[in-house]
Design a protein around this ligand. Structure first.
Ligand code: CMC
Length: 393
């Protein structure tokens, strides 16, 4: 058959070469283009990190200014695209609304679809970086039945997003700098993670030479699953259940997970690559405490999360499987303190991952080694048998 390996889930198969992100899962190291995540989270900004991921180098001030102003000029959605949101039920989850609207960008911006035209790819990149934030805010507005606002391009990308999300037309919206900074940092932490499920999806779809919008829309759908980006929502639901239904009994919950009762998992724990503390989770945990204090919020779910972590890290089940908190374990508590409903958490992950997806798609499309992604299989069905006429079955 010409097959040399059988590797379900790609545990040990590299599908591409990439110069974007480095992870050492045993040591808990993450670097974007060589720069440690800790330095970027503390000193950079989301747009600067996006530039770094997409173009490979930190921008000069002039380059960053141009990138930023190009993006802010594209934040408006075509008026007809806004009608699109009316077609969804009021209680629609914002993730499929987001992926559908991103997919629809291919119909509104047909002048930037050619994957081999550098100017077109550049235009699609800027359009996505701007419009996905507006789409995400409108998905939220739709879900709470509130009117859409037009973007205010005198604001930065994150500030604009917060205003579009939480503001009202004709009312001033005061941006809380603590919240804006915290969102910016969380976006940096989510910006890339090499060949995770959604990024691999973007690359696979793009390998057929599908356009950037189509490929990113597929990535959003991959991210929605609870084992991937959907875990941040699942963590908060788990913490709420422990608090409200199980009287805060962390020990009993951990026992159920260890006994694999009804497939129970400790959501926000474990990772395919990290067999050590996820470096992003370390930063998020520090931030959670600080941000909640600064916002004047105290949340019993944060205490439950810390108890769960302490209990799990001391338990043989988790120790022998090298299960540590991942990036999703503490993010939900911060998003909740900011006032985001649980259903928006994975959308926030998507906003952060956007530059990573774009960077990978661009690397894939310009790599002469790229071939259409086409895994093989081990066939396990029947060997040859004859067709049986309906009357003889
Ligand atoms: N709770 C309990 N047991 C777990 C967990 C968990 N969260 N994660 C893994 N295990 C167990 C698993 O049951 C298996 O045990 P056994 O050897 O007895 O069968 C062992 O640990 C190895 O796990 P695996 O499922 O083979 O590992 P994987 O690399 O295929 O899966 C994972 C990685 C992230 C899907 C998994 O750890 C998981 O489901 N975690 C919970 C969901 C989650 O938090 N996802 C977010 C990941 S990080 C951000 C992102 O990518 O979006």
């Amino acid at each position: 058959t010409g097959l040399t390996t059988f590797d379900p889930g790609f545990n040990s198969t590299a599908a591409c070469a990439s110069a974007i992100t480095y992870i050492d899962g045993d040591a808990g190291i993450l670097r974007y283009r060589g720069i440690p995540i800790e330095q970027l989270a503390e000193r950079s900004s989301f747009l600067e990190v996006s530039y770094l991921l997409i173009y490979g180098e930190l921008p000069t001030q002039a380059q960053l200014d141009t990138f930023t102003s190009n993006i802010s000029r594209h934040t408006l959605l075509h008026e007809d695209l806004k009608n699109f949101f009316d077609g969804f039920p009021r209680d629609a989850h914002p993730m499929p609304v987001l992926s559908s609207a991103v997919s629809a960008l291919s119909t509104f911006y047909q002048d930037s679809l050619d994957p081999f035209d550098d100017d077109a790819v550049e235009l699609s990149t800027v359009r996505l970086m701007a419009k996905v934030f507006t789409i995400a805010a409108y998905a939220y507005k739709k879900s709470v039945g509130q009117p859409f606002l037009y973007p205010d391009n005198s604001l930065g990308l994150v500030e604009n997003f917060l205003r579009l999300t939480f503001g009202f037309p004709a009312e001033p919206y005061e941006i809380d700098p603590v919240m804006a900074k915290a969102v910016d940092t969380l976006l940096i932490l989510h910006a890339d993670h090499e060949q995770n499920c959604s990024t691999s999806t973007v690359r696979l779809v793009g390998s057929s030479q599908a356009n950037l919008f189509a490929s990113i829309s597929a990535g959003v759908n991959a991210l929605f699953g609870p084992l991937h980006g959907g875990a941040n929502q699942a963590v908060l639901e788990m913490l709420s259940r422990i608090k409200d239904v199980e009287d805060g009994n962390v020990d009993a919950f951990v026992d159920r997970v260890k006994n694999k009762e009804q497939g129970a998992k400790l959501m926000g724990f474990g990772h395919r690559v990290y067999k050590n503390y996820d470096p992003r989770a370390k930063i998020v945990k520090q931030n959670a405490d600080e941000v909640l204090k600064a916002l004047g919020v105290s949340d019993p779910l944060l205490d439950i999360a810390m108890k769960l972590e302490e209990k799990a890290l001391a338990d043989e089940y988790f120790i022998e499987r090298k299960l540590y908190p991942n990036v999703d374990f503490y993010t939900g508590v911060i998003y909740r303190a900011m006032g985001f409903p649980t259903r928006m958490f994975t959308v926030l992950f998507a906003l952060g991952r956007l530059p990573g997806w774009i960077a990978h798609w661009r690397e894939m499309i310009s790599d002469p080694q790229t071939k259409i992604g086409r895994p093989r299989q081990l066939y396990t069905g029947p060997t040859e048998r004859n067709y049986v006429d309906m009357s003889d079955r």
